[in-house]
Design a binder for this molecule. Structure first.
Ligand code: CDP
Ligand code: MG
Length: 139
């Protein structure tokens, strides 16, 4: 069965949204394969996770955001789960996300030029899912 990696980012944990994110995953019928609360995530891990953003001028702020507090990371499985979870998350910018998506329903609009605090992460392809699951869970 197809698998993807998801993260409830530090803003989602701080705002007490872990339960509501997990509820949406369960309501959609996806299986939880792995689920971990990580109280201290290293900069090195975040750099590897976002390797395609490393050379962007704004990347240091993303690293600071992703290491700013505990996060919850997991693996879910189900038919077309990679694309479906991306749809459930919504667009990267909360102000562009469609109503009913996690980012539209919970995230606040980004401040101009600021880091986009958008509650959740999801792998964007089968190759990314395999890479990210190995990175976070070593399998
Ligand atoms: O998370 P998603 O795949 O939708 O977007 P991305 O382009 O892969 O960027 C990863 C994450 O970096 C975003 O979800 C934002 O949290 C952050 N980001 C940002 O703060 N500012 C940008 N201009 C681009 C991304
Ligand atoms: Mg991405």
């Amino acid at each position: 069965m197809e698998k993807t990696l998801f993260i409830v980012k530090p803003d989602g944990v701080r705002r007490g949204l872990v339960g509501q994110v997990l509820q949406r995953i369960e309501q959609r019928g996806f299986q939880l394969e792995r689920l971990e609360y990580r109280s201290a995530v290293s900069s090195e891990l975040i750099d590897q996770h976002y390797e395609q953003l490393l050379d962007k001028a704004f990347y240091p702020a993303i690293r600071a955001f992703m290491t700013s507090g505990p996060l919850v990371v997991g693996v879910i499985s189900g038919p077309k789960v990679i694309e479906c979870w991306r749809t459930m998350m919504g667009a990267t910018l909360p102000e562009e996300a469609l109503p009913g998506t996690i980012r539209a329903d919970f995230a606040h609009a980004a401040s101009p030029g600021g880091t986009i605090e958008n509650i959740v992460h999801g792998s964007d392809s089968a190759a990314s899912a395999a890479r990210e699951i190995k990175l976070w869970f070593g399998e």
